[in-house]
Write a protein that binds this ligand. Sequence first.
Ligand code: SF4
Length: 330
Amino acid sequence: MNVHEDAPLLEIRDLRVTFNGPAGPAEAICGIDLALDAGKVLGIVGESGSGKSVTMMAVMQLLPPSAEITGSVKFKGHELIGLPPQEMRKLRGARIGMIFQDPLSAFNPVLTIGEQICEALRLHDRTLSRGGARDRAVELLEMVSIPQPDRRARQFPHEFSGGMRQRAMIAMAIANSPDLLIADEPTTALDVTVQAQILDVLQRLREDLGIGLMFITHDLGVVAGAADEVAVMYSGRIVERGAVDDVFYSSHHPYTRGLLAALPKLGGSDGPLTPIEGTPPSLRNRPPGCAFRPRCHIAIPLCGAAQPALATIANVSTACHLFSHFEAMP
Ligand code: SF4
């Protein structure tokens, strides 16, 4: 496969994913645009059903046959949509790595951690000897700060703690020096201390190896410390996007503001957190106009009539009629 080394790492244009089932079509992704450069971290944030994981699966070409995918996903200038499965298999695990939320189910319970990393290495490099692969596996475990990596490589997944397993998963994901790492809720099942350690490992890898990282999470707090840019998704669309500081300090969309208000404050008030009331709409039965309207306290009549488009003001792109309306006023 010909990739263009000077092309952007990942470019997604007008990506749409529709699942066709007995109950009718369900549009999970309704036309999103995203881009990620080498050495940068893009956080994709949203509730369950927002489409963030479907986006990731579309990039990896891991969606079931019932999914209809249109638009463009380019990795280093090479189109991935419609790529033959054998070509995609060469990319997955080699130039594009994945970190899953639950490493226990991602690992094979009857093989040692070292054997599994060796397998990942030799799958993409048949010239690598068993001894060479083993040495490299130990090196990789050391890179992700696993103590006594030589001994740990001989242990089984159940002998690792949750945080250690996640680090071993990261070691396996970077085994073949990928250009792009996609992490799907990599810290969700971990306590905050271990979460900070994992984020630290990912940060070091991005700095030392220049890997581009797509970080999928429901937690805006995690993105704050880990990402350069953030895209907030709601009901299959990007509703706000920008540099992480700009979105945190100058967000306009009521959904992003709701997510920020729901975050616990460090040393802050003792009062209850403010949840976003209501639930996201069904993919088969979205309300007309803005999909957030049933949960939005500041909706205007136009919100029920037309879908707001992303408009960029002061470095933040926001899809909200109210924001565009006020910004357009003299
Ligand atoms: Fe709320 Fe309307 Fe903005 Fe949607 S477009 S978020 S309903 S104000």
